[in-house]
Design a protein around this ligand. Structure first.
Ligand code: HSE
Length: 309
């Protein structure tokens, strides 16, 4: 086995979970795999298969390679390894609000860190990933798995990762158009009314309390939001109708996945209800002239890990 080669697997993620803008996140059972080989010579080969493969930069602007470089430089290995071979197999839809960029960053950091004998622990990788991504709500669950609550203070990131006591299915409606996070952040106001802040504090707290204690009945309004979704409605045609359709079909809650355009519904484990929610969400999108597919996923419980090597 080549000791300079490793394969890591990183889950897709859904940020915000409704009221937890830039703070809450979860990892889901959809994955990108990255095989990385570090080279002493200055040569870079990047190959990608799967979702968005033909749009991925294959030069040193590639985000996976940039993230790997961060590890090499900060661990003093920048001169030792000047190049690399990266092979990616991507299943996480790109630019849809399922954390494809966070997965790329975390894959680059974790793979490079393993290949130089793990100078950094997961907490340090989280800090680096947040520096690159700008906010921790996708990168934290991509690293730790489960649900995560993250707080940034003076450049330090603190993440509490937990597995809920309720088993939830995640039903994701995936529209056929991309939405850049940058554009979805541009539509947000600089300040928000106090009543909207209070609305979200209550719901975000209720969501975490209900999940940790396994109290399904307290989830009824816990995925609702007043801080970002109302402003983003115009970017995702039919969003409110899809929310209503999911709830009518039995969803415990539903929200925008990250910055969108995916919408994510939460349901108890019941094949009939899960499928029904998926169908109703796709149909509601269709009524608004949006073609959407659906993914029925579980919560990923372990985050990024070494698959081979
Ligand atoms: N919290 C971020 C947002 C997630 O909603 O803009 C997107 O990466």
């Amino acid at each position: 086995m080549d000791s300079n080669k490793i394969t890591v697997r990183v889950p897709g993620t859904s940020a915000n979970c409704g009221p937890g803008f830039d703070c809450l996140g979860l990892a889901a059972t959809i994955y990108n795999d990255l095989e990385m080989t570090l080279l002493e010579e200055e040569q870079l080969i990047i190959e990608a298969k799967g979702d968005g493969a033909d749009t991925i930069p294959t030069d040193d602007k590639n985000i996976v390679w940039k993230s790997a470089r961060m590890i090499l430089e900060r661990s003093g290995n920048g001169d030792r390894f000047k190049g690399g071979i990266l092979r990616m197999e991507n299943h996480i839809p790109m630019s849809r609000g399922l954390g494809s960029s966070a997965a790329a960053i975390v894959a680059g950091l974790v793979a490079a860190n393993e290949l130089v004998d793990k100078p950094f622990n997961r907490q340090e990788l989280l800090k680096f990933a947040t520096e690159i991504e700008g906010h921790p709500d996708n990168v934290a669950p991509a690293i730790f798995g489960g649900f995560t609550v993250s707080v940034v203070d003076k450049g330090q990131v603190q993440t509490f990762a937990f597995l809920p006591k309720i088993r939830l299915k995640l039903i994701v409606a995936v529209p056929d158009f991309p939405l850049s996070t940058r554009m979805a952040r541009q539509v947000l106001p600089k300040s928000v009314p106090m009543k909207d802040a209070v609305f979200n504090i209550g719901r975000a707290s209720m969501l975490v309390a209900a999940l940790i204690n396994g109290k399904e009945r307290f989830l009824a309004n816990a995925f609702d939001d007043a801080l970002h979704q109302p402003y983003r409605t115009k970017l995702v045609p039919g969003m409110q109708e899809v929310f209503s359709a999911a709830k009518k079909a039995g969803a415990l809650g539903v929200c925008l996945s990250g910055a969108g355009p995916c919408l994510i519904a939460f349901s108890a484990v019941d094949k009939h209800i899960e499928n029904n929610i998926a169908v109703e969400m796709m149909q509601a999108f269709k009524k608004n002239n949006v073609q959407a597919g659906a993914l029925i996923l579980d919560l990923d419980t372990k985050g990024a890990y070494v698959l081979r090597g």
